[in-house]
Design a protein around this ligand. Structure first.
Ligand code: GLN
Length: 576
């Protein structure tokens, strides 16, 4: 199929662009929309935990838990967004609704960061409301935009999906890059003696809100012209107007669940909720309510879909592959999402951030992820193309195992670089940059491939819902990221602060001295923990041990997934 299908605009000359390489223009509209949306999301994510700690005076461990809870809920609600879109509103309306909600949420964060100095109670209430609105907004937006990328391509062009998702993924990260540049520059401001302007965060949130408005407006005006089928019919319209010819022949378009299956799901959700609540013992409501909801809903939804009686054997096996892969990527995201919490705290408190003579804001250090994705997404996809041409391309689950291995390696390297820092040595920024470089390589093996794999393995009628499941595994990863971020041992600033208060924090942590009640209260008031964190029974004494947690978790997950790939290959029935 090598028809000429595009006209070179402005010249009137037919440019022979092979159909094999051309992407529909709608992809670029989705690219732009997602770019602004990710600007809003990642820009805010860069400064959120620092705002919680510095302005709202929370402890780092609590803000890591909130951060994990918030992110995971952002990826729980796509299940709802996918469902509502499939049944009622359609992709387009959900994208517009989600975008508007996120813009409002960011505006409320702006207000929260404007009033905390005079009314911290109001600021905290505004924070919760804002995060709640963003959570639902993201739920409407994210699964629908991803599933529209898949729907742009008719069935005979599904082979273009990998490269389409690579392009889309660059949009995501270009947005992340811009957001993580602008929001820290105006929101994470320190003066020359290192004192932070705790009132500046609001500008970062305002910029995030403006970006989201831009994304929504771009989509609103361009969707009718470009986000269409090859025949020019609108994509992602109300479900009642769906164009059946775009679907696989003979394939039912709507998932139908029996009442029995739905009741069983509710019962199993409640049972699982209590099991996880019991396992995640603690006093913090994020840990005992939010995280159990995330884990329980992931398993419940997965069970509901797989028990659907309309599934054929091949469809069912392919869905199981989605589930297995989803389980393993949990560990990846748990390690990866330290970026906005523990790694940002380390960048803030124990890092020499001198970058070619410029003292980079701590929240900006995570920008290297987006930057490296933009730089390496195309080389990576070319690498896969080359390997495919030689018939040597690894199947998707194997690429994901590589992703896990790479993230384990990234933490191994940094673990050894913090080993001898002691309580007041500073980590050179280059090690964090190297960490993000390797993690990005891991991400490129795992994340766009995963999105595309769900697109290829899902029966059309379950596509949005299965994207919901896939995002739920991300959600579970983020919940785990919150737990893991909250076990960050004391960084250099805590020892210095304690010293100024006349307390030898190291001796307290080593239990060589027992602090008085007054000293304990003083430490608490200064957001310093008087004990070392504990993870599954192990006490973590320093940053080296902290990073090794990620090495072990991701390393083991990588090896197991690698061993499973031959079985997964069979179950994929020809999909690569
Ligand atoms: N960075 C990507 C995004 O924002 C991937 C995140 C994810 O899938 N968890 O879409």
């Amino acid at each position: 199929m090598e028809a000429d299908i595009q006209t070179e605009s402005g010249t009137g000359v037919m440019a022979p662009i092979k159909e094999k390489t051309a992407h529909p223009k709608g992809l670029w509209v989705l690219f732009g929309t997602e770019m602004w949306e990710r600007f809003n999301f990642y820009g805010m994510r860069a400064i959120l935990t620092l705002f919680l700690v510095n302005s709202l005076l929370m402890k780092e461990e609590d803000s890591s838990l909130i951060y994990g809870g918030f992110l995971s809920l952002c990826y729980l609600t796509p299940m709802l967004g996918g469902f509502i879109s499939d049944r009622f509103f359609g992709n387009r309306n959900c994208i517009l609704l989600g975008g508007s909600m996120m813009a409002i949420g960011q505006l409320l964060l702006f207000f929260s960061a404007s009033v905390f100095g005079t009314n911290i109670g109001l600021a905290t209430t505004l924070l919760w409301v804002a995060l709640g609105i963003i959570i639902f907004g993201n739920g409407f937006f994210k699964p629908n935009i991803s599933s529209m990328v898949g729907s742009l391509y008719p069935k005979q062009e599904k082979s273009k999906l990998d490269s389409a998702f690579t392009i889309f993924y660059m949009g995501i990260n270009l947005g992340a890059f811009l957001g993580q540049f602008i929001c820290p520059i105006i929101g994470d401001v320190k003066d020359s003696d290192g004192t932070r302007d705790i009132h500046a965060f609001k500008w970062g949130f305002l910029a995030a809100s403006i970006a989201m408005v831009l994304g929504t407006v771009v989509f609103y005006f361009l969707k009718n012209k470009y986000v269409v089928t090859p025949e020019g019919k609108p994509l992602g319209d109300l479900p009642s107007k769906n164009d059946a010819s775009h679907y696989e022949e003979g394939e039912a378009q709507k998932a139908v669940f029996s009442t029995k299956a739905l009741v069983l799901s509710v019962v199993s959700f409640i049972a699982l909720f209590f099991v996880f609540r019991f396992l995640l013992d603690g006093h913090n409501f994020i840990k005992t309510i939010i995280y159990p909801i995330i884990y329980a809903s992931g398993i419940t939804l997965a069970g509901l879909i797989i028990s659907d009686t309309s599934l054929t054997k091949v469809e069912r096996q392919r869905i199981i592959v989605i589930y297995i892969v989803s389980f393993f990527v949990i560990f990846f995201w748990a390690a990866f999402e330290q970026a906005g919490s523990s790694l940002t705290f380390i960048a803030d408190n124990q890092t020499d951030r001198n970058f070619f003579g410029w003292n980079m804001p701590p929240s900006m250090v995570q920008i290297f992820n987006g930057l490296f994705v933009v730089a390496f997404a195309i080389p990576f996809s070319m690498l896969w193309d080359k390997l495919r041409a030689k018939n040597m391309e690894p199947i998707s689950p194997m690429k994901q195992a590589f992703g896990l291995a790479l993230i384990a390696i990234s933490y191994f390297i940094i673990a050894y670089n913090v080993k001898d820092l002691g309580n007041n040595g500073l980590l050179a920024i280059k090690w964090l940059i190297l960490l993000y470089l390797i993690q990005t390589a891991g991400e490129l093996c795992l994340s766009p491939i995963g999105l595309s794999l769900v697109g290829k393995l899902s029966p059309k009628r379950f596509a949005s819902l299965l994207y919901g499941v896939f995002f739920l595994s991300n959600a579970a990863g983020y919940a785990l990221a919150g737990t893991l971020g909250s076990i960050l041992p004391a960084t250099g600033d805590k020892f210095t602060k304690a010293q100024k208060l006349g307390i030898d924090l190291q001796a307290v942590l080593d239990k060589k001295i027992t602090p008085t009640a007054d000293q304990l209260a003083l430490l608490d008031k200064n957001q310093i923990s008087a004990t070392n964190p504990v993870f599954v029974g192990f006490e973590l004494h320093n940053l080296f041990e902290f990073f090794m947690v990620f090495v072990v978790l991701c390393g083991v997950a990588s090896v197991i997934l690698l061993l499973l790939t031959p079985f997964l290959k069979k179950m994929m029935h020809g999909v690569k």
